[in-house]
Design a protein around this ligand. Structure first.
Ligand SMILES: [Zn+2]
Length: 60
């Protein structure tokens, strides 16, 4: 099963390697939005754009 970014079509690489780490509890970190088909690059871009949109005051 290959995840593809729905924005750029890039293949989404799994961020964390599936290695059993005794110190890495899945409950430790908050889960991402389920099945958000966006690569990390576009996620950062979207977040950045959202931040910018909040920063910029509405032109009157
Ligand atoms: Zn993308």
């Amino acid at each position: 099963m290959v995840n593809r970014c729905m924005l750029c079509g890039r293949k989404i690489e799994p961020e964390e390697p599936k290695k059993s780490n005794p110190y890495n509890n899945e409950e430790d970190r908050p889960k991402k939005k389920s099945s958000m088909g966006v690569c990390t690059f576009c996620q950062a871009k979207l977040k950045h754009e959202a931040d910018e949109a909040q920063k910029i005051p509405k032109p009157m």
